[in-house]
Design a protein around this ligand. Structure first.
Ligand SMILES: [Zn+2]
Length: 221
């Protein structure tokens, strides 16, 4: 029976590598697969490839929030050949409607769908796409990464242009290792405290001048 799989993890936990290895397993059995990735990731220009940090890659169809993935799969099958599975990279950027289109593919066309993505954003909130994947997928698989402190990384910290943690702004800012850190919940909370203190200090300085700045950056509350 076909299933909807959601492989979720933090930044740099090897999600794309796992996707590419799994797709290769299909192809080694002479089965054809179709891969999608969101157009939001413009780091590699107009060429659509899913790449891993260890050198694997495969071509992918780009999609935007307005595309109907079920229709795209139907069109692809009509123009090309039968497919045995659908893969989705950066699946946190799927819209809830698109996740339901993938469910249709699984339930009524018998095509397994394997989606790989982040569970939470830089504020520790579920991405809308990940929330519905967590709700709908019958196979949930955590891809584990490690925080700098040695604990399991479950959260993401976003860095500003000066390398400082930031907790405001758009949910989606494209970037790589220079912009995002995979961390545990505790280190995420510590980064948030640091951020709040930095904001407070900034406001104090703007209001009273530079004498009233708090001395400790990460002391007991
Ligand atoms: Zn940590």
């Amino acid at each position: 029976m076909a299933k909807l799989h959601f492989y979720y993890g933090g930044m740099n936990s090897g999600k794309s590598t796992t996707l590419l290895q799994s797709a290769r397993n299909y192809e080694e059995q002479d089965m054809h697969v179709l891969a999608f990735k969101p157009r939001i990731d413009t780091r590699e220009g107009s060429e659509a490839f899913i790449r891993s940090r260890i050198g694997l890659s495969m071509p992918a169809l780009l999609f935007t929030a307005h595309d109907n993935l079920e229709h795209m799969v139907e069109q692809y099958v009509k123009d090309n050949q039968r497919i045995s599975a659908v893969f989705v990279d950066e699946a946190q950027f799927l819209t809830p409607t698109q996740v339901m289109q993938l469910c249709e593919l699984v339930d009524f066309r018998g095509v397994p769908v394997l989606a790989y993505g982040l569970r939470t954003d830089f504020q520790g909130q579920l991405f809308p796409g990940s929330a519905i994947l967590l709700a709908q997928a019958e196979m949930l698989v955590e891809i584990k990464g490690i925080c700098r402190c040695g604990k399991k990384s479950t959260h993401v910290v976003r860095l500003d242009d000066n390398g400082q943690p930031e907790f405001s702004g758009e949910q989606i800012v494209v970037g790589g290792n220079d912009r995002y850190l995979a961390v545990c919940r505790r280190c995420h909370a510590a980064a948030l405290r640091q951020y709040v203190l930095r904001l407070r200090t900034k406001i104090e300085v703007e209001t009273h001048g530079s004498e009233n700045t708090p001395a400790q950056a990460d002391g007991p509350q």
